[in-house]
Design a protein. Structure first.
Length: 247
C-alpha cells in the first residue's frame, strides 16, 4: 500500500500523466513516455499509484484514451521495475476486456479505432505472457518421436531415450524384457517361434503315413540256430576224473 506521502508525491506528477492520456486524436509525445517511466522508478508507492491510475483510464469509454494507455503500458513493460509488471499481470482482466472492445462505428473513422484498440490490447497481453514463458517457467524443450533428450526433464516418447540411465532403471527394463519374451514364447503357436516368420503360409505339418511300414530284418537272424548249452556231470571210476559232457 502506498503511504500518504507517496500519494502526495504522485499527485504532483498527475499533470504529466493526464497530458499523456488526453482524450484527443493527438498522439502521446515520446518524451512523456520517458517521464512516466521515471515516475515508476521513484518509489514502490508511486509505482502502485501509477498503475492504479492507468488502469482507471483504461476503462474510459474513449478509443483515444484506451489506445494511449495501452501504448504507455506496453512501454512500461520494458522500462519499469519488475514489481510493476508483476502487478500488471495480476490485473490482466482489464486488458482482456479491451481485447474485445467494440462500439458504434464512428462517422469518420468507422471501426478503425476499435480495431486499433483491440490489436494494441492483444499485443500487450502477448508481451506479458511471453515474458512469463521465457523467464519464469524454466521448462526445458520437449523431445519428439525418435529423438534423444539430453536433459533429464524432457518428455519421453516412443523411441526417445534419455542420454543417461541409472543401473536401477536398466535392471527394471531387463526384467520387463525377459518377462515379455516368456509371455511371447507362451502365446505363439507351436509352428512358429520368436524371430522366425512363415512366408505365404506354405507351412504343412508332418503327417505320419497311413500304410504300415515294414522294417527290414537281417537274414542272419533266421539262419543261425539257437545254441544249446551242454551240461556236465561226474561219473566216478572213469578217466579225467569222471567228468564228461552231455547235451
Amino acid at each position: 500500500m502506498a503511504t500518504l506521502m507517496e500519494r502526495l508525491a504522485f499527485l504532483q506528477k498527475m499533470p504529466t500523466i493526464m497530458k499523456a492520456t488526453a482524450d484527443d486524436e493527438a498522439p502521446c509525445p515520446g518524451y512523456l513516455f520517458e517521464e512516466i517511466s521515471k515516475i515508476s522508478h521513484e518509489s514502490l508507492g508511486c509505482c502502485q499509484c501509477l498503475l492504479e491510475y492507468l488502469l482507471e483510464r483504461l476503462q474510459v469509454e474513449s478509443c483515444h484514451v484506451k489506445l494511449k494507455v495501452l501504448k504507455i503500458l506496453l512501454h512500461l513493460c520494458g522500462h519499469s521495475p519488475p514489481h510493476f509488471v508483476t502487478e500488471l499481470r495480476r490485473n490482466t482482466t482489464f486488458i482482456q476486456e479491451v481485447t474485445v472492445y467494440s462500439g458504434p462505428p464512428d462517422s469518420i473513422h468507422g471501426n478503425a479505432l476499435f480495431q486499433k484498440v483491440r490489436v494494441s490490447a492483444q499485443e500487450l497481453a502477448s508481451v506479458l505472457f511471453s515474458d512469463v514463458m521465457s523467464t519464469g517457467s524454466g521448462v526445458s524443450p520437449t523431445s519428439g518421436m525418435g529423438s534423444e533428450c539430453l536433459l533429464q526433464s524432457g518428455m519421453l516418447g516412443f523411441g526417445n531415450s534419455p542420454a543417461r540411465k541409472s543401473s536401477s532403471t536398466l535392471g527394471i527394463l531387463d526384467k520387463i524384457q525377459k518377462a515379455a519374451e516368456v509371455v511371447a514364447s507362451a502365446v505363439l503357436p507351436p509352428t512358429e517361434h520368436a524371430g522366425i516368420r512363415l512366408h505365404d503360409n506354405h507351412y504343412r505339418a508332418v503327417v505320419a503315413p497311413s500304410a504300415v511300414v515294414e522294417v527290414a530284418v537281417p537274414a542272419c537272424t533266421y539262419s543261425v540256430p539257437p545254441r544249446s548249452r551242454k551240461a556236465s556231470h561226474r561219473c566216478p571210476g572213469k578217466a579225467s576224473g569222471g567228468w564228461e559232457e552231455t547235451g
